[in-house]
Every structure is written in C-alpha cells, then in structure tokens.
Design a protein around this ligand. Structure first.
Ligand code: G4P
Length: 546
C-alpha cells in the first residue's frame, strides 16, 4: 500500500489521502435483498466459505436447530428461527490480482417490513438481489428493489436454487425486465435446466464452468473450466441449448454494460446453487470486478464529501440487547470518508459534542472484536453509544452533516400501556429508548396522554420486538391495543384540529414534531381529500416507494 504517494496531500492525521483512496478502492460494501427462504443465509455462509474465513459453512447463520448459529442472538429470533437483526461481516477476498475487503451488511430476513432493512440499504454501495429460481420475483424482493432503485443502488441479480426444479431461465429474465423494468444482462447462463444444474456458460469468455457436487456441499465445490470446443463433449445438448440461448440474449442486447449497471438501469445476472456452493465464487469475483467502491456522499447541502476527506460516518442502525450479558447499545456507523482509529475523538454533528470511540468494535455475527481502524465503506460498531440515533453524523476536523434517513409511513398503530403502574419511569424510559433506536415511531396527543402513547410501525413484527424488549430487557412489560388505522399523512398544524374532528381519523404528534393524521383506510383518506381539497396533507415516505 502506498504510504507516501508523491504529490498527494497529507491528511490532518498524517495519513496520505493516497492511502485512503487505495483502501476505499479495495472496499465492496453490499447487502443481499431477498424474500425469506430464497437462500440469503445459505448464500452468506457460502460467500464467507469461499473467502476462506471459515472452513465449514454454518458458523454464521442458520435456522434454529439446524446448525449452531452466531447471529441468532435474541431469544425471540431463536424461537422463530429467523434473523431479525443486522450484522456486518467483513472478510478479505483476492481475485485476479486484486486484494479486496468485502463488507456484507445483513438485512433482517423476515417477511415483515422493518425500517431496519431500509436503513441498512442506505449504507451500501451495491445490492445483490437473490431470487428463488422456482418462485421468481416475490413481494419482499419487489419492495426492497424499489428502495434500491430510489436510492440509485446498482443491483446484481442472483438466481438461486438452480439445483432444484424451477422456472425457465429466459422466462425469469422476462419477468425481471417486465415487472421491475430492470434490463437483465446475464454474465453466466445455466447449462442444464433448473433441477439439472451442470454448470454455467461464462458469457464473457465463452467457457463452460462445470460444477461438481460434494457431499452435503460442505466444502467449496470443485469447478472445472472447459473450453468451448470441448464443452459439447462434456455437457451434450445442454451446452448447445445454453449457447443458443446466450446468442438470443446477445441479439437482444442483453450484454453487460457498465454505465447502465451503475445507473441502476441494467442488472448483471448470475445463476447459483448456494446450498451446493455452485456459482458462489463467480459472485465474489463479480462483486470485486463490477460493484462500485465507496465514492463519498452528498451532505445536507448536496455537496459531495469525497472518501479522501477527513473522517466522517453516519449511523444507519442502533441495536440494543444484543447480548443479555452486555446490556449495551451498539450504533453501527458506515464510514463515508477518511480513516478511523479506535480512540479517536469525533464530533457528534447533532449535538456538537465530542464522542469518544474507545469502544469501537467490529461485529461478526455475535462475536465482537475490537476494531482498531476503519476506512471508507467499513462499518464501525460503537458500543455504549447512547446518544447516537439512526441518521446521525460523526466527523473529525472538518464539520459535515449527512441528510437524515427517511422514516417510513407507518401502517400499523397500537396504544402501549405499562402493565405495572408502579413502573411508570421504566415505561417512559423504555419507550424513549425504542424510539431512539428506531424500533417503532412514537406518537402522542393530549387526548391520549403520556401514559398511553401510540406506537407506529411499518410492519407488525416491530410491535412484537418492542413488547419483548420492554419486558425482557427494560423491565416494563406492556400491553398493546391495536388501533383501526392503516394510513398516515403529515398534516399542516393549522389543519390538524379540523382533521381531528373527523370520524375515523385522528391526529397525533411524532417526536420529531411532525403531526400525523391517521385514517382507517386509504379509501377513507381519498374520500376526505376529495371533500376537503384545501386541507394540507402530505405523503410520508411509503415502504414501497422509499
Ligand atoms: P433465507 O435466509 O433467505 O430465509 O433462506 P435460507 O438460507 O435459510 O434458505 C431457505 C431454505 O432454502 C433452506 O432450506 C436452505 O437449505 C434452502 N436453500 C438455500 N439455497 C439453496 C439452494 O441453492 N438449493 C436448494 N435446493 N436449497 C437451498 P430449509 O429446508 O429451511 O433448511 P435445511 O434443512 O435445508 O438447511
């Protein structure tokens, strides 16, 4: 690594900006978006396996009872066999003479909505859209795709479970092209139909990459690169079909194009069987070769802070209760610029106060290790970070503030009441904490009083998380009474009283001061807007169009 690059400005801490550029260029920070069961946990294991961090798949993720797990740390997660919370995995990977550092941000793997998933997507430079070959596009994939599209995040598509009977590859391409308007540009093409996976045609080199099954898929699957002239002998008619289909794609202009990929208009496609570790190293290679490295970020005024600027990061997630033996709260921050050393004193942009980072950690599943340094694209886990909230900026030397992370339009509302009136203090503190972490939004009104705030969430599972946390961790069990509202709009304060007098509507104030008008149904809202066009209602960011 170039410590002293001639002509390069020396940063305030003595590190050359050339070194920062080098480190930033090595980083690939991405998340996998998928519908539950598409194979995200399996793929994560396989990626790490291929990167040779662990020797046997299964140490990181997994369903309850299936394998020993590291990330399933909440009791509730164990009971449900799902991973509710995010973890950040970092591992080195080298290919074709490039030494990279991969940061894989895990998104919660349940069907329910959670703002956490969206927040994680604010911290990545690329997303892998994982699709089950038999199911095609599923609702959660579509919604997450919308978020990526809105944020301009380039997407690599992976069609998984090709070892099982599934749909035709061309049909899946059509579905992606037509339903989400993303032009598919397959980099590999399957040899053998779904259920009879022999390998892939590498469309960039024309070679046949033959896969061989290993018992249980527990180790990296051997693959053999066979030249096109020998491929027919190796795979028979399946090879010819793959070549014909690949030619059809070429005629259709479905070849990889960097500009449209980075612009979120086209998506390179790969075919895998994560369970058999087939095609997984191609994905790693493609991430290294095609996914964009960190490139800085615009601040609140729209000025881009480059990776070489002095240190800055934004908090994209706050997590408490990770471990019952450490009652702490970890704030995850994505480094945007500069270099970070543990112990650095940063400034918390929201308060202007210093923030000491002696507890910086990297979190690998449940295993935490002390983090000594970080570069653009990396994720820092800051323990005991009680003042940090999602969206907060931290910086050093030169002040910066990044735009807040949008909070989504809630669709579920419940009144929370403490079960034990003597624990009023814990109740208030607990609700405040859940709100700060972004688990739920908290709405209040004079009418309902402080004892019974309304919790609002994008998906109902957030209520279960809130309820569990209040009882198990904050010692203030709550009861939740669902309210019959489904839609929320921001209402102008001068119009709030009028809306509040309507039947089946109610106005409450969110902690950030925004007044929310809740309506029982979309249909009622539309009727109200038709009857009262002068009332100023505005949309909040909806889950589907973030
Ligand atoms: P998720 O995190 O996206 O929810 O999915 P997960 O990896 O847990 O995978 C869901 C199921 O799909 C698992 O089966 C897993 O083994 C299976 N799976 C994942 N990738 C592939 C693949 O490429 N091919 C095939 N055939 N199956 C795949 P399960 O029955 O829930 O668990 P298990 O007992 O098989 O481990």
């Amino acid at each position: 690594m170039s410590e002293n690059v001639p002509g390069v400005r020396t940063a305030a801490d003595g590190t050359t900006s050339g070194r920062i550029s080098d480190e930033a260029r090595r980083r690939r920070t991405f998340a996998v978006i998928s519908h539950p069961d598409a194979g995200k946990s399996t793929l994560t294991e396989a990626l790490v396996l291929h990167a040779r961090i662990i020797t046997e798949a299964g140490a990181i993720h997994g369903k309850a009872g299936r394998r020993s797990t590291v990330s399933d740390w909440m009791e509730m997660e164990k009971a449900r066999g799902i991973s509710i919370t995010s973890t950040a995995l970092q591992f080195p990977y080298s290919t074709g003479g490039q030494d990279c550092v991969i940061n894989l941000l895990d998104t919660p793997g349940h069907a329910d909505f959670s703002e956490d998933t969206y927040r994680v997507l604010t911290a990545v430079d690329c997303a892998v859209m994982l699709i089950d070959a038999a199911k095609g596009l599923e609702p959660q994939t579509l919604k997450l795709f919308q978020v990526c599209k809105h944020r301009g995040i380039p997407i690599i598509t992976v069609i998984n479970k090709w070892d099982r009977p599934g749909r035709h590859a061309l049909e899946l391409m059509d579905e992606i092209n037509e339903r989400i308007g993303l032009k598919t540009t397959p980099l590999t093409w399957p040899v053998g139909i779904a259920g009879d996976f022999k390998g892939v045609l590498d469309r960039r080199t024309g070679t046949f990459i033959r896969f061989t099954r290993t018992a249980g898929g527990a180790t990296a699957a051997p693959e053999e690169h066979i030249s096109p002239d020998r491929a027919h002998d190796a795979a028979g008619d399946d090879w010819d079909t793959a070549v014909e289909e690949s030619e059809l794609l070429e005629a259709d202009g479905a070849d990889y194009d960097e500009e449209t990929f980075l612009g979120g208009i086209s998506t390179p496609v790969l075919f895998t069987s994560a369970a058999l570790n087939f095609g997984v190293n191609q994905l790693l290679d493609v991430l290294v070769q095609l996914a964009p490295p960190p490139s800085g970020q615009p601040d609140v005024d729209g000025n881009r802070r480059s990776p070489e600027s002095p240190f800055s990061a934004f908090v994209f997630k706050v997590q408490a209760g990770m471990d019952s033996s450490h009652r702490d709260r970890i704030a995850y921050a994505r480094v945007v610029s500069g270099t970070f050393e543990r112990g650095d004193v940063l400034t918390h942009a929201a308060t202007g106060k210093p923030f000491v980072t002696k507890y910086a950690q990297s979190v690998f599943g449940q295993n935490r290790s002390t983090l000594d340094s970080a570069w653009p694209g990396d994720v820092i886990g800051l323990a005991n970070a009680n003042v940090l909230r999602p969206g907060d900026t931290l910086f050093r030397d030169v002040a910066v503030r990044y735009p807040p992370i949008p909070s989504f339009s809630p669709e579920h509302f419940s009144v929370a009441r403490g079960k034990d009136p003597s624990k009023h203090k814990q109740f208030r503190k607990g609700i405040e904490q859940l709100e700060q972490e972004g688990v739920v939004q908290v709405l209040r009104s004079d009418r309902r009083g402080d004892q019974s705030p309304v919790l609002a969430a994008v998906g109902p599972m957030q209520f279960e998380v809130a309820s569990h946390r209040m009882a198990a961790e904050l010692s203030a069990p709550i009861s939740l009474e669902p309210l019959p509202y489904q839609v929320a709009r921001a209402v102008h304060p001068d119009d709030a009283d009028f809306v509040n007098r309507q039947p089946s509507a109610e106005v409450l104030t969110r902690s950030d001061g925004v007044m929310l008008a809740l309506f029982s149904t979309r249909w009622r809202l539309e009727g109200f807007q038709r009857d009262h066009p002068k009332i100023r209602l505005s949309s909040l960011v909806a889950a589907g169009d973030a």
